[in-house]
Design a protein. Structure first.
Length: 202
């Protein structure tokens, strides 16, 4: 990506400490639309950045999701953030996923109250298990999911953005960033819309 950037602009991208500037709202940009050559360049940047997210750079996932909405008709002000993200990756080019196999210790957290849901709706029932199920193999693992929602991420539509990060023990295994499908007027509501997809487990 850096070599391609240097061939296009004649210099390496400026190193940046964040993928986007603070309080960035590209939906409010009213600069001129890009020409055909610059549109292709913008789309190339977005495609490369999306691939970076896929192979593990989830630290730019929300920034890439935010800018990828403008692939069809990007403006002059939309190209600079993609160049900034490439500069961010240049500064932190050694970023990598660290594998953590130890089971996480959550004993310090407050104990969650246990409720008897089995008889509340369906009566006194028991779980039916197959008689020929294979024995469990391997060591114990803990799945942890961090979830957050950014209320009013998009000023023109009022939609929030969901972000999730899933860990298997201490290793991140899945990440997700998406603009929510509904408009919420309070953080309370947007937090309920943080799982617009099925949770994938393996």
């Amino acid at each position: 990506m850096i070599e391609s950037y240097e061939r296009t602009f004649g210099a390496k991208p400026k190193e940046n400490s964040t993928p986007l500037v603070g309080n960035n709202h590209p939906e409010m940009d009213d600069s001129e639309l890009l020409g055909p050559t610059e549109i292709t360049l913008f789309q190339s940047h977005i495609g490369s950045l999306q691939w970076c997210v896929t192979i593990g750079r989830f630290d730019i996932a929300t920034a890439v999701m935010t800018m990828s909405r403008y692939r069809a008709a990007p403006r002059q002000g939309h190209l600079e953030p993609t160049k900034r993200m490439i500069g961010y990756l240049r500064k932190y080019k050694t970023g990598a996923i660290r594998i953590g196999t130890a089971v996480l210790d959550y004993s310090s957290l407050e104990e969650t109250p246990q409720y008897d849901w089995m008889s509340s709706v369906y009566g006194n029932v028991t779980e039916e298990l197959p008689s020929d199920a294979p024995a469990s193999l391997g060591k114990e693992v803990t799945i942890t999911t961090y979830v957050d929602a950014n209320l009013y991420h998009d000023w023109t539509t009022g939609r929030a953005v969901t972000g999730t990060l899933d860990f298997l023990n201490g290793t991140p295994i899945d990440w997700f960033s998406k603009r929510q499908n509904t408009v919420e007027t309070a953080t309370y509501g947007s937090e309920f819309d943080t799982f617009p997809r099925g949770i994938r487990t393996s």
